[in-house]
Design a protein around this ligand. Structure first.
Ligand code: GLC
Length: 427
């Protein structure tokens, strides 16, 4: 246990080293040189004022759920919305492009949107953008492996599916969720300079000056929001553990998204599961318990991060909720000592996620310089919203790195932002 604690706890010195490496990758990415951080210009060059008005449709595809939302921007920093959520069928996540995009198009028709409403498509995967509405999927992340999409333009794939379904609606803007999150927060208050998603996946966007992007061939005037794709940050030698290395090998995208695989909600439960098994093997855990051979504790990716949320939230003397989670995973008759160890493991794994996210936010703020001093960092995503203590521990870690930025929830950032960007294409 002691060794695990040591390996997973990042000291401020470790964090400074990671910040240095991250900054280096950021600069390489901006230059267009080889880098694990893509630094993709989003073609979004203007932030909203909060006065914008009108009805806009947003589609939000990026995790296991898919949402169709009709936003009514009211001006005065306010909006209302009508929304419908769908679970993406497994065959759409791993089948063909036509299956996935026909499913999406059918959902759009299902909500009966007004004709010709501008559509913002939040497609939360690494896409090189050619303009505000067109791009090319570089690779899938977060467990998607739908065929016939990599190298293709998601906007075209969706427009064709909409046509097939007899709809006249067409995509006006292709948006990454981090860029949407930044824009949505700006609609509420103007000094948001960083957008972060801490959910199934992990990524950041920030406001760069166009003349600070050597690889950018367009106008050097004004701002450009950058979709960093920093879940891909991979210069993490010395920090990746045996669990990270083994987990990566089993994902559909081995060798990629190292940072995301240490930070995001998709993987934290799996890391903890592996650590529990490691301690069982070392005879430090569950020695008097019985473990079902077919229990989830033995199945790859079956011990989800929501379990860690329950474990960390359990403040009872006997750790009754921890016991329940373990029972459900196939571990019976755990002792209180076992449960305390499991709780500590969850805390260690989430702590590393938080420390890494704090490194990246710090690197971004330091890169932006003076103007980032009292800027707002808008964050959306299930991990940030639902994991007990994530926000306060993130703030603490940032304070430890001498950051003075404000970390705030960007409520429904990924959808609302796309609507705001779609709006900018018609005004
Ligand atoms: C993955 C995607 C990225 C997205 C993030 C959060 O890292 O590659 O585009 O922003 O998940 O959803």
């Amino acid at each position: 246990m002691e060794a695990i604690r040591k390996q997973y706890t990042l000291t401020v010195d470790d964090q400074e080293e990671i910040i240095k490496r991250f900054t280096n990758e950021m600069l390489n990415g901006l230059k267009g040189e080889k880098s694990t951080i893509k630094m993709i210009p989003s073609f979004v060059t203007k932030r909203p004022t909060g006065d914008e008005k009108g009805d806009f449709l947003a589609l939000d595809l990026g995790g296991t759920n898919f949402r169709v939302v009709l936003y009514h921007l009211l001006g005065d920093h306010r909006n209302t919305q009508d929304e419908k959520k769908y679970r993406i069928p497994e065959e759409a996540m791993t089948g063909t492009a036509e299956q996935l995009f026909d499913f999406i198009a059918k959902c759009v028709l299902d909500v009966n949107p007004p004709d010709n409403v501008p559509l913002g498509f939040t497609f939360s995967f690494p896409c090189l953008q050619f303009n505000i509405k067109d791009g090319e999927l570089c690779e899938w992340t977060k467990g998607f492996s739908t065929s016939g999409c990599v190298g293709k333009n998601p906007t075209e794939l969706l427009n064709e599916a909409l046509k097939r379904q007899g709809s006249s609606i067409r995509v006006a803007a292709l948006v990454n969720d981090t860029v949407g999150t930044l824009m949505a927060k700006c609609y509420e208050q103007n000094n948001c300079l960083v957008g972060v998603i801490l959910g199934t996946g992990y990524n950041c966007a920030y406001v760069e000056m166009a003349n600070n992007i050597p690889k950018w061939k367009g106008s050097k005037e004004g701002e450009m929001l950058i979709n960093m794709e920093c879940g891909g940050f991979g210069v993490l030698d010395g920090y990746r553990t045996e669990e990270d290395i083994e987990l990566d090998k089993l994902t559909p995208n081995p060798g990629a998204q190292y940072n995301e695989k240490m930070v995001s909600g998709m993987y934290l439960g799996e890391i903890c599961r592996r650590l529990m098994l490691k301690l069982v093997k070392a005879k430090e855990l569950f020695q008097s318990a019985t473990i079902d051979e077919n229990g989830h504790i033995h199945s790859y990716m079956e011990f989800g991060t929501p379990n860690l949320s329950v474990i960390e939230a359990d403040g009872s003397v006997d750790l009754e909720d921890v016991k329940k989670v373990l029972e459900e995973a196939g571990v019976h008759n755990s002792t209180l000592e076992d449960r305390k160890t499991v709780k500590e493991l969850a805390n260690i794994v989430s702590g590393r996620s938080i420390a890494l996210a704090a490194c990246d936010i710090t690197a971004i703020c330091r890169h932006m310089g003076e103007k980032s001093k009292d800027c707002v960092v808008g964050i959306d995503g299930s991990l940030y919203k639902l994991y007990p203590g994530y926000h306060s521990r993130l703030v603490k870690s940032l304070v430890g790195l001498k950051q003075t930025c404000l970390v705030e929830l960007s409520e429904d950032g990924s959808g609302k932002g796309a609507a705001i960007i779609a709006m900018s294409t018609v005004h």
